[in-house]
Design a protein around this ligand. Structure first.
Ligand code: ADP
Ligand code: MG
Length: 895
């Protein structure tokens, strides 16, 4: 005979947590709780296959199921000492459908099955609460009519209100039994009128109608649409749990509550949560009565009451603590549960892994390692690396109330408070006076950057996550809320209006760039806490991970931040950044616009000390660690003057006519600069530029080694190579300069020359190129552009369309395209290592800060990843997780 039902909570459970395919998630959870010896109200689960059978047989139940449910029911009756449908001491049942994975649109739980004209009186007597018993009966009729008969709940309530008056709807209206009887009769009459059938008094009939309704809802249109959308096969079906009801409102010795094994905000150990004396589960969520705290632990003195479970009923508290500890030891994680005490008996209605804040998750993971519950590797896998980023910035104190006056996009994480200013000048002015400001603009442009530097945070009403404000703020590490469309900014008048609130220049606001909120006033902040649990988890990550983690840093500020966050060197320093600085750009322009090599060399002479001093600073900050410096990469015309006044100024500086200057600028125009005169092509046309940069690097390395005593190993990176001969040519120049500097200074430096792999040809010729290169660094931004043939700057529009139309799932510029770009990285790695067995492999694109891409890097055997400073802790953890999941043996990083 086929086994259709599985008992739970009857001494032993017949299933377990792993049986969710058979029993549905809820049934499997109830079975597991039962096997743990925890008190779940006894019941049985009808397996999901019964649902399939039901639909294959024109909505009939197999006879064997009828028998098995009858037998299971007898056992429930025996164990509870109550009888289903009896006039005295009746048993009531709940029917809780449960699917393998959540499917919205399914029928929900039906409580109190078995209520009828007779049993309602028994319930009233037992609970001593006439209103509760009768209003439960009324609610049961309404629910039953809705789910099992198809009478819309709202229609029922409306008609009932018409017939019996408003009082019939209220929860505890204080009616007499006679008045209640009239309400119920009215309800029954409505069902008969509307549906042409009577509400069944027979508990068995009620039970089977509810089971049938649950099965039917599996194939009803709403659930079906969802199943199709998520490819959930129809033959998974739904399981149905039949369970004895328990009553948290039976008497003074009853209650109901939600408990969590640890504090979900702080992670502190000890059970927390809320409860309501003499109440049923649903009352916890209606908010009609304020619940009490389970424990006083961790609460501020002022918030303490004598009403906690711990204080009121120490014994019940102890029982709860025992149970939660048992659950935690079993699941080895923070668990939340719903419990009911029925006349002094403790029952657990369900449990699940708790949702906790990142801080709580970190603390509980670390504590659980110390408690011996989990090992370090498990602790590391409990944390979502991306969530760490929010910890690196100041945040709004979680205990304060926020007066949110608008929302926008969470464009750069962290929170900041300050006075409102509407332009960059005011920001700089205020900052000089030591006042903190938030720069509020409709959007920002390069002219606003100095104002952004002076501001604590930026708020814009236009633009998306890749808008100027967003990108620059992220780079600076200041919070930004972008694209707050409902905020009206009148910069002239000096006002901003949002959600009916108008604020003036000088008024205080707070922005939360982690969630995109605009908050009125100056809100209390908490500063980043990089010690404690965070430090512990980072330390464990470092011990586990195989790959090195470096940073992409162009400035000393970025380098300092990254080192503080644990970067093990710089994997990419873009030298062009240094060229853009205020006092240098004109010299750079002179150099570019010079007529011949001599002219260029003169300007390069002036640039040399500037570059050198930049590198000294970087090398001093990164002392003892490797620093990869990329030679000049962008097409030169990016540096040229664009506006008329700048052109005129340049012409005067160079003693040229404006016409002549314009001609020279015009001559540098390119149709497709991304694929034009850039990268190593510049070093080949103008080797003197590469020579100047190499000299600056070597002289700085000598200098910094003297000042710090811990030399850096400069790694010079030649960009955009596709032919080995390109690399050979540039490398020869670099080596010549190294020799010269060694002779001049008497110091022989350790240094490496390598290349970026960002063109498919270089990847294919990896073996040959590796013979000339000591390292490869995958520049996955350009590599994605060149493998796809998509220009990133132009991709925004159509990639969004691609995503909407399901052509691609993810933006390949955000998450590495394993199949194409990834394949090429693998190939280049293999070929490169065939050309040079100890070739160092790294990645320095945006992808190096993306946890999913980091897993790919681990699987491909890269030596290090290099990401933006604020992603360094994210990458450290993600790299550790990747090592754990790849099962690789951790070894000392070979970066
Ligand atoms: P959901 O999936 O909507 O959470 P549940 O099956 O967990 O559905 O039931 C919802 C609520 O019904 C429970 O949280 C609890 O308050 C109540 N409930 C369910 N079964 C019982 C029962 N056997 N005794 C008392 N209350 C119950
Ligand atoms: Mg539930």
């Amino acid at each position: 005979m086929r086994k259709w039902t599985y008992n739970f909570g009857l001494g032993r459970s017949e299933g377990s947590a792993s049986d969710s395919a058979l029993l549905g998630a809820k049934g499997a959870n109830l079975a597991e709780l039962g096997s743990l010896g925890l008190p779940v109200p006894p019941g049985m689960t009808i397996i999901a296959d019964a649902c399939t059978w039901f639909h294959e047989h024109e909505c009939h139940f197999p006879d064997t199921l009828l028998d098995q449910v009858a037998k299971g029911l007898n056992q429930i009756e025996e164990s509870t000492g109550k009888r289903f449908g009896a006039a005295h001491n009746p048993l009531f049942l709940s029917v809780r459908p449960g699917t393998r994975v959540p499917v919205p649109g399914m029928t929900g739980t039906v409580l109190n099955i078995g209520l009828n004209d007779q049993t309602v009186q028994a319930l009233a007597k037992e609970t001593g609460d006439v209103d509760f018993a009768w209003s439960t009966y009324r609610r049961f009729i309404a629910t039953f009519a809705d789910l099992a008969m198809g009478l819309d709940h709202a229609v029922f309530e409306e008609l009932l209100e018409e017939k019996s008056g408003k009082s019939a709807i209220a929860n505890n209206p204080g009616l007499s039994v006679e008045q209640w009887r009239q309400v119920i009769e009215a309800g029954k009459a409505i069902v008969l009128d509307e549906m042409g059938e009577t509400f069944p008094q027979d508990p068995q009939e009620q039970l089977w109608a509810v089971i049938a309704a649950a099965f039917k809802s599996w194939t009803a249109p709403r659930a079906e649409a969802y199943r199709k959308l998520h490819s959930i096969p129809v033959d998974w079906g739904t399981a149905v749990n039949i369970q004895a009801m328990v009553f948290g409102n039976r008497n003074g010795n009853s209650m109901t509550g939600n408990a969590i094994t640890r504090n979900p905000k702080t992670g502190a150990s000890g059970v927390t949560g809320t409860f309501l004396p003499r109440a049923q589960g649903y009352e916890l969520s209606t908010g009609d009565r304020a619940p009490h705290q389970i424990s006083e632990r961790g609460r501020k003195e002022a918030e303490r009451t004598e009403m906690s479970l711990e204080a009121m009923l120490p014994e019940a508290y102890e029982t709860l603590e025992e149970m939660t500890q048992k659950l935690e030891r079993h699941y080895r994680d923070v668990v939340e549960l719903e419990f009911t005490v029925d006349d002094g008996y403790f029952w657990i209605l369900e449990s699940r892994l708790a949702r906790c804040d990142i801080r709580a998750r970190m603390r509980s993971a670390v504590d659980m390692v110390h408690e011996g519950l989990i090992n370090r590797e498990e602790a590391l896998t409990r944390i979502d690396p991306l969530e760490l980023e929010q910890l690196l910035h100041p945040a709004i104190d979680p205990s304060v109330e926020r007066e949110v006056i608008g929302t926008g996009l969470p464009a750069s994480p962290g929170a900041a408070a300050g006075e409102i200013v509407f332009n960059a000048e005011d920001a700089v002015h205020a900052a000089k006076e030591g006042r903190r400001v938030i720069l509020v603009r409709s959007e920002t442009s390069p002219e606003d950057v100095y104002g952004m530097h002076a501001a604590e945070g930026v708020l814009t009403s236009r633009g998306g996550l890749t808008s100027h404000a967003a990108v620059v703020a992220r780079g600076m590490g200041i919070p930004c809320v972008a694209g707050a469309g409902a905020v009206r900014i009148d910069a002239e008048a000096g006002t901003m209006t949002s959600m009916g609130v108008t604020l003036k220049k000088g008024d205080h606001i707070t922005i939360d760039g982690s969630v995109g909120q605009i908050i009125r006033g100056q809100t209390q902040m908490v500063q980043p806490e990089l010690a404690g649990d965070f430090a512990k988890l980072m330390e464990w990550s470092d011990a586990v991970r195989r790959m090195g983690v470096r940073t992409n840093a162009d400035t000393s500020t970025e380098a300092r931040v990254a080192r503080k966050f644990g970067a093990e060197g710089i994997g990419l320093c873009r030298t062009e950044h240094m060229f853009f600085e205020e006092n240098r750009i004109n010299v750079v322009r002179e150099m570019i616009l010079a007529e011949d090599e001599d002219g260029r060399r003169q300007s390069l002479e002036k640039l040399l000390p500037m570059q050198r001093s930049d590198f000294i600073e970087l090398f001093e900050i990164m002392h003892g660690l490797p620093v990869t410096i990329r030679l000049l990469d962008p097409p030169l015309h990016e540096f040229l003057p664009k506006v008329d006044s700048d052109v005129a100024e340049m012409a005067e500086r160079m003693g040229l006519g404006e016409e002549e200057l314009r001609r020279r600028i015009e001559a540098m125009h390119e149709f497709n600069p991304m694929l034009g005169h850039r990268g190593c092509r510049l070093a080949i046309s103008y080797p003197e530029i590469a020579e100047m940069q190499a000299r600056a690097i070597f002289e700085a390395a000598v200098e910094a080694a003297k000042s710090t005593g811990a030399p850096v190993v400069p790694e010079i990176m030649v960009p955009l190579v596709s032919l080995r001969r390109e690399l050979d040519y540039v490398k020869a120049r670099i080596e010549q300069v190294a020799d010269d500097v060694a002779k001049e200074t008497g110091v022989f430096l350790n240094y490496l020359v390598g290349t970026m792999i960002e063109l498919p040809r270089a990847a294919f010729r990896g073996q040959e190129i590796a013979q000339a290169a000591e390292f490869f660094s995958f520049g996955t931004n350009d590599l994605t552009q060149t493998v796809f043939g998509i220009s990133r700057d132009d991709a925004g529009g159509f990639l969004t369309t691609y995503r909407q139309k399901g052509i691609i799932e993810k933006d390949p510029f955000v998450s590495l395209d394993y199949e194409g770009v990834g394949e090429i990285i693998k190939l280049a790695s293999e070929r490169g290592r065939a050309g040079r067995h100890d070739l160092k492999l790294g990645i320095c694109g945006e992808h190096a800060g993306d946890p999913a891409s980091i897993h790919f890097c681990e699987a491909t055997g890269l030596d290090y990843i290099s990401c933006s400073p604020y992603r360094v802790p994210v990458a450290r953890l993600a790299a550790a997780q990747a090592t754990i999941y790849e099962g690789a043996t951790p070894k000392a990083a070979v970066y």
